[in-house]
Design a protein around this ligand. Sequence first.
Ligand code: ZN
Length: 175
Amino acid sequence: MSTMAIDVQNLTIRTYPDPCLRGKAAEVDPTSDEVQQVAARMIQLMHQANGAGLAAPQVGLSWRLFVTRNPDSEDGGLVWANPVVTPLESPPEPDTEGCLSLPGIEVEMTRPSRVRISAVDPSGTRFEVESGLMARVWQHEMDHLDGVLIIDRMSPMERIKNRRQIKALKKSSAS
Ligand code: ZN
């Protein structure tokens, strides 16, 4: 019998300007059943929305946890709990980023092209990986754990380009 406080199956992706996107998240215990069930649900939501990654604050949970698509399989997902990302010596790279919590918005963002991530796996063991391929997704999701969104990192030009869409998001939430 389960008496979980979180209604895992009804978790949904929250969109800007939901205040849950703005907090600094707290560490979680990835060995707990509840955290593992939430992570599985997040992987499902990420795939349904065709995203590359999804962070716990995006489903309303102030947890230091995110999931990413498994690059080796169609429907898999990887779970990163209590992650720490360290940029490695690498040329910064510009690319376009979107966010499942900011539908219709795309921001050109320059980030380090290679990073190291350390995170805790579901058995409670901390592990480390380095990547260029995943560097952007990891950094984007890390930002979510500190309440930072791509619209906070926009250049003045990007701000003008996205102004109407940001306004529309604010308006749709107010109604
Ligand atoms: Zn995002």
